[in-house]
Design a protein around this ligand. Structure first.
Ligand code: GLN
Length: 495
């Protein structure tokens, strides 16, 4: 194994080499640094990287800890003490976090090394990372396409082997959808499974942090590190954390997988549909029982999600007023001018759209018709899942109706972009858990292969089970072994 090969390893493989003292944490970081220098100009997954700090962490780490010496990339919405935390927004462009989020504290406690912050849609609002106010991130499988979003930088970094694993956040699909479009594994934990202390809030009844990794086992290892109660987050559940790697390797014979009939909509890309059907047949051959189920309120999920998420965002983003931190407009004429121009200059168009929409659905006269009704729909969606989970152990669907789309294709049409979440945002409304993992490829005209993601949804706190099912699929297929055919030269790979 040469230093050049190191970044291709997954976390479990890297850990073995570290523990056998075949490589040191410092050598791992140096190898990652070269890899990033080589391919980051094509991908632009990172907003900031601090190798000096990472090398200091590497000196102290103990490779016998659960993630000892493993560098992890962090979405720029999660506070890492002393590092920028911009949410890819102008309003926070000079802001540095004053403390570690609980997930970062927990990662450090098991020896992991947070070393860089990844690009994202501004304040996690989007499905393509094109809403970043800083730059576009490109899909490693095809640099003319989006990596998905909003955790697109995290997904692209893992896919491009410029991170061994990453953290993202998922409010309506932002871990699972970029994982699908970039060909990696992503887990959205159940609501309350992972602390949000130190995360910049988007929609507080929906947000969760979780891992993006190269394999299911790696995702389970990161979940082991970050899950669990936290006295600093009252929405975090006081439930013990099982060992998520414990059931990996158990077979899926007799497992009941539900196929929601409402998810087989028109408009699914035919190659996504074909990959999904093959995955279902594969599970059948592994001994799982496939059961048709119905989630009758599915068609209202997107409307309900965008009302609730925007309403909560409009309240959460009120704190960005340029008074205590963040961008501040110059020479305000009065206090109204100060607030008005600070926010006008600081927020991008999608964030403004959400704040306006959210303020509207919460305003008197419209509250009942929109926000309150969306909450009722949310209850119905939650009940749909509760009923389904009486009959099945997990649900199976595509993660995204389409593979990675070209940069610019949907960025001027917010509704088209919102439809990207059709299979993901109901899980956030219901508070259940989900995983996306690679299940095939869609081939486009020029022969380029684009990854397709399979989603498994599990009942609240059933992360162990969906990881077990995902692992059985992954280990009996070889989609996860395929890597993007990245070009070495940087010049002509750019648009
Ligand atoms: N695409 C969804 C949105 O724009 C989901 C975002 C997310 O999960 N953070 O709101």
């Amino acid at each position: 194994m040469t230093a050049l090969d190191l970044p291709r390893l997954n976390i479990a493989e890297l850990q073995t080499l570290l523990r056998q003292r075949e490589v040191s944490p410092r050598e791992v970081l140096e190898a990652l640094r070269s890899r990033i220098a080589e391919v980051e100009p094509q991908i632009d997954a990172y907003l900031s990287i601090d190798f000096d700090d990472a090398l200091k962490q590497a000196e102290r780490t103990d490779v016998n800890l659960a993630l000892g010496g493993v560098p992890i990339a962090i979405k720029d919405i999660i506070s890492v003490a002393g590092q920028p935390c911009t949410c890819a927004s102008k309003i926070l462009q000079d802001y540095r976090a004053l403390y570690d989020a609980t997930v970062i504290r927990k990662l450090r406690a098991v020896g992991a090394i947070p070393f860089g912050k990844t690009n994202m849609d501004e304040f996690a609002m989007g499905s393509s990372t094109e809403n970043s106010s800083v730059k576009l991130t490109r899909n490693p499988w095809d640099v003319s396409r989006v990596p998905g979003g909003s955790s697109g930088g995290s997904a692209a970094a893992v896919a491009a082997d410029t991170a061994f694993g990453a953290l993202g956040t998922d409010t309506g699909g932002s871990i699972r959808q970029p994982a699908a479009l970039s060909g990696v594994v992503g887990v959205k934990p159940s609501y309350g499974r992972v602390s949000r202390f130190g995360l910049v809030a988007f929609a507080s009844s929906l947000d969760q942090a979780g891992p993006l990794t190269k394999t299911v086992r790696d995702a389970a290892m990161v979940m082991n590190a970050i899950a669990g109660p936290d006295a600093q987050d009252s929405t975090c559940l006081n439930e013990a954390v099982p060992d998520y790697t414990a059931d990996l390797g158990r077979d899926v014979r007799g497992i009941r997988l539900g196929l929601p009939k409402e998810y087989m909509i028109e408009g699914i890309d035919p190659q996504v549909r074909a990959a999904m059907e093959k995955a279902v047949a594969h599970f059948n051959s592994l001994g799982a029982e496939i059961i048709d189920v119905s989630l009758p309120h599915t068609e209202y999920a997107i409307a309900s999600y965008y009302m609730i998420a925007s309403a909560e965002a409009s309240a959460n983003l009120a704190r960005f007023d340029g008074v205590r931190y963040g961008h501040r407009a110059e020479n305000p004429r009065n206090v109204f001018d100060h607030y008005g121009r600070t926010r006008e200059e600081g927020f991008g168009p999608e964030v403004k759209r959400r704040i306006i929409l959210g303020t509207y659905v919460l305003s008197s006269g419209y509250y009942e018709a929109y926000y309150a009704r969306a909450q009722k729909v949310r209850t119905l969606i939650r009940r749909d899942f509760a009923e389904a989970f009486q009959k099945v152990d997990a649900l199976i669907s595509p993660t995204s109706p389409v593979p990675a789309f070209p940069l610019g294709e949907k960025s001027s049409d917010p509704l088209q972009m919102y439809l990207a979440d059709i299979f993901t945002n109901a899980a956030n409304l219901a508070g259940i858990c989900g995983i996306s993992l690679p299940c095939g490829f869609a081939r486009i005209e020029n022969g380029t292969q684009l990854p397709v993601g399979l989603q498994l949804l599990g009942n609240a706190l059933d992360e162990g089970r969906i990881l077990q099912i995902a692992y059985a699929y992954e280990q009996s297929t070889d989609w996860h072994k395929q890597r993007p055919p990245m070009k070495r030269e940087t010049s002509n790979a750019r648009l």
